[in-house]
Design a binder for this molecule. Structure first.
Ligand code: MSP
Length: 503
């Protein structure tokens, strides 16, 4: 059995309802999880909600409800993303669950036992919106570099000796070039660590909505120490003694660029401090702007996933988000761009290809899977490109480049459309029926590869396409491609896959 694969999204703050930024990371993780599953890997895909901290406590207070009731409600709206976006997560963790609180408390206790925690007073800047401490020197015109407001706080707290971990972190980055991806981000984090690390305040004592610090009444854990532990508490840490021996070593954390520092500096330092193994990779993706503008509460331009699905359908939305913006870069979400992509790539290129081939077979090929004769050089050249596709797509999946997976698949979609145009099965119908059968067979085989490889992106539509090709369920995987198409099998009447977007 190939190595198990473990992929995570950030756990989302419940001070806000889900928006396209959350949908984006979850869909990207889902695509990679689904690809690895059809590639024969045992996969664990985790998402969840981050429910403690001052930001959440304040929001509950604003709404006049108890924090627990408030987080129960909002967490449900994130859990609802699973059916809404057709996510295949195996687990959904909430930081208010016992299993998580145990994990976070156990990590704290390990850090304390190993001498990495000391008690002192924090006097400095804090941003509630970012749930982050900032140095005076980091502030720009009195606000955080992220644009968030900061406040001065002074309170007793526990510190983690982060300053002692700089060299070990830098050595880890050097020895494990895939620990921080993409490369540009890795350099950014290295520069930050090379600049010297300060000890990190890891508890708060002026509010109570958090996990209690073991043995110290009046302190709750800093929300990031609490939250980051979710990735291992979901595996059964600390009760399951083998929790961190299997898939954990292959763990991939997908995060937005804004929260890279927490994942690539604090998190590995906590794990090193506790003598626990590190995850394999932290991959930082970019941000969406909306119609050219930053998404923000004050502009009120955050888009809800539900509205987008109502407008475009879930598979076209998933396709657009994965295709439009290179994973790792930034991109713009605009109604025009969505319409252009869906109409060009889905309705015209793939949808039309499937429709042309399958309705032609239905009308002129006896509505059964065609039987091939002898392949010409052109057939073999085209089939060669088709058969090379799984390895190409796999390589891009390992690079965590969903946009490149789609680019290489769509290059073959274009090849297939060209092949139909040059082979002209409609003309062969009158002149050479056996040759027509060969051409249609080649096209069905290409469609089968395209459907299986595109299924991680658009699971429901590609299942419908595979139904139309009569591909058995147990052959809907990359190894399933080794079976031959079953010539002569009756094919159901074709139905259009992707309607055009008109307005
Ligand atoms: N709770 C923390 C994560 C803790 S993980 C141990 C958190 N939550 S969040 O809800 O604020 O953000 C979750 C993710 O959404 C982040 O990865 C962030 O980058 C992403 N996005 C928020 N807005 C975004 C865009 N406009 N575009 C793309 N992703 C964006 O941070």
């Amino acid at each position: 059995m190939a190595d198990p694969y473990y992929i995570t999204t950030p756990i989302y703050y419940v001070n806000d309802v889900p928006h396209i930024g959350h949908a984006y990371t979850s869909i990207a993780a889902d695509v990679l999880a689904r690809f690895m599953r059809i590639d024969g890997r045992a996969v664990r895909f985790l998402t969840g909600t981050d429910e403690h901290g001052l930001k959440v406590e304040q929001k509950a207070r604003d709404q006049g409800i108890a924090p627990q009731d408030f987080v129960d409600q909002v967490s449900d709206s994130f859990r609802a993303l699973t059916p809404l976006l057709n996510l295949s997560n195996d687990d959904f963790i909430r930081t208010t669950e016992e299993r998580h609180k145990n994990g976070a408390a156990a990590l704290w206790t390990l850090l304390q036992e190993k001498g990495h925690i000391y008690e002192s007073v924090y006097a400095g800047w804090y941003s509630v919106r970012d749930e982050a401490f900032y140095q005076e020197s980091e502030l720009v015109d009195g606000i955080a570099p992220t644009g968030a407001p900061v406040e001065w706080i002074e309170e007793p707290c526990f510190f983690f000796r982060l300053s002692a971990f700089g060299d070990r972190l830098l050595a880890h980055y050097d020895q494990n070039p895939d620990f921080i991806e993409p490369l540009s981000r890795r350099n950014e984090v290295k520069r930050f660590v090379e600049g010297g690390l300060n000890d990190l305040c890891i508890s708060r004592s002026t509010f109570s909505w958090g996990i209690p610090v073991p043995g110290h009444i009046g302190h709750v854990m800093y929300v990031w120490l609490d939250a980051l532990t979710n990735y291992i508490s979901a595996l059964g840490f600390p009760h399951n003694k083998t929790a961190l021996t299997g898939e954990w070593q292959n763990a991939i954390h997908l995060v937005g660029k804004d929260i890279l520092r927490f994942h690539a500096v604090y998190w590995p330092a906590f794990l090193m401090g506790a003598d626990l193994p590190l995850p394999k990779t932290v991959f930082a993706h970019g941000w969406w702007t909306i119609e050219g503008k930053k998404m923000s509460k004050s502009l009120g331009n955050a888009i809800s996933p539900q509205d987008l699905i109502d407008a475009y359908g879930v598979d076209p939305l998933r396709y657009f988000l994965m295709r439009e913006m290179p994973f790792g870069g930034d991109g713009d979400f605009s109604a025009r761009a969505v319409k252009t992509r869906i109409n060009a790539d889905l309705a015209n290129d793939l949808g039309n290809l499937a429709q042309r081939v399958l309705s032609f077979i239905h009308k002129n090929g006896g509505a059964v899977m065609p039987t091939p004769g002898i392949f010409t050089d052109e057939d073999l050249a085209f089939l060669g490109r088709v058969r090379a596709l799984p390895d190409l797509v796999r390589a891009h999946a390992h690079e965590k480049a969903p946009h490149k997976m789609l680019e290489s698949i769509w290059a073959v979609v274009s090849d297939a459309n060209r092949y139909v145009d040059t082979q002209e099965p409609w003309a062969l119908r009158k002149t050479d029926l056996p040759r027509m059968g060969t051409v249609l067979f080649v096209l069905c085989d290409a469609l089968r590869y395209l459907a299986i490889l595109t299924s991680p992106f658009m699971p429901a539509s590609m299942d419908a396409l595979m139904d139309q090709l009569a591909i058995p369920h147990d052959a809907r995987s990359i190894s399933g491609l080794a079976h031959d198409l079953r010539c002569g099998t009756a094919l159901p009447a074709p139905v259009g896959l992707f309607p055009r977007i008109e307005s």
